[in-house]
Design a protein around this ligand. Structure first.
Ligand code: GUE
Length: 283
């Protein structure tokens, strides 16, 4: 048996096609959605991600505004760039590319974003709304994971989901998303302090690997037919390596690969957040 691929690349392309129509409808009513990005420093990976986001915007008709700051930018410089995008009417949503260079306080920067323009759903008041189950922009990677499963008809209702990784951008918000009444999954959030990781993953209907540890999830840790999503990425000399060992495909029922899985979905959800914020501004 070999797992069916949860193709994030193709699914994201289909979502972009749908967004094109929504953007055209907004433009017809005089609203041009605009995504801003703030990028600090010269990490090649971060530059590649930001380039990709602007390319996606061009494809669907979203305007984009780019603010690139040097590696030696101060906290005040970054916060000033945030203030400019908050005040810019052409920017309907924006992100601060993470991680910021050492010495800059990410949480203090994220707090300065206008929550109504928070395209990443990472402002503390939007994360708070997720806890409160109030409507708010959702973090892009967790939302992309749920969307990918929905589009392949993988049911979350009552499913045992093991999330590996407790990061603020993936693991923690994903746990909150999956336990909403609309998803109704049962979530176990595992992390580096988990005593017996394999005992948890073997019981799971769905395993989400978002730890950033290359090859962490091996074949023996996955129940036959389970759904496995590889979210973690590590840059090595041999290229990008995910958290899921390749032979997991021999036992899993569905596998979201990396690359080609959740990464493109994350970008598609960023565009979706920008379009939704622009739609909300009309109603
Ligand atoms: N404020 C902020 N928001 C983010 O959403 C954010 C961030 N900072 N910092 C970094 C992480 C990482 N991330 C990815 C997005 C797309 C791919 C993606 O499309 N990857 C392609 C491959 C791209 C390649 O080859 O490098 C794929 O998986 O097929 C990967 C990773 C968003 N992040």
């Amino acid at each position: 048996m070999t797992a069916q691929v949860l193709d994030g690349k193709a699914t994201a392309a289909a979502i972009r096609e749908e967004l094109k129509e929504r953007v055209a409808a907004l433009r017809a009513r005089g609203v041009v959605p605009g995504l801003g990005t703030i990028l600090v420093g010269d990490d090649p990976g971060s530059h590649a991600y930001v380039r990709g986001k602007h390319r996606d915007c061009a494809e669907v008709g979203i305007a984009s505004i780019r603010k690139d700051l040097p590696a030696d930018a101060t906290q005040a410089d970054v916060e000033a760039a945030v203030a400019e995008l908050n005040a810019d009417p052409a920017c309907t949503g924006f992100i601060v590319q993470l991680p910021l260079p050492r010495g800059l306080d990410e949480n203090r920067v994220l707090e300065k974003i206008d929550p109504a323009k928070d395209a990443d759903g990472l402002h503390p008041s939007n994360l708070g709304k997720l806890v409160l189950m109030e409507e708010a922009p959702l973090p892009c990677t967790p939302r992309g994971i749920v969307e990918l499963l929905n589009r392949y008809g993988v049911s979350l209702r009552g499913a045992e989901v093991v999330v590996v990784g407790r990061g603020v951008t993936v693991g923690r918000p994903l746990g909150l998303l999956l336990t909403r009444r609309s998803e109704n999954a049962t979530v176990t959030l595992c992390h580096t302090g988990t005593r017996d990781l394999a005992a948890h993953t073997r019981r799971a209907d769905i395993v989400v690997a978002a730890a950033g540890v290359p090859g962490l999830i091996t074949k023996d840790m996955v129940s036959p037919g389970a759904v496995v999503l590889d979210v973690g990425v590590t840059r090595t000399e041999k290229g990008l390596v995910g958290d899921v060992a390749p032979d997991v495909a021999e036992v899993a029922g569905y596998l979201s690969p990396n690359p080609g899985g959740v990464g493109p979905m994350t970008r598609a959800m960023l565009l979706t957040n920008v379009v939704e914020a622009a739609e909300r501004s009309l109603s």
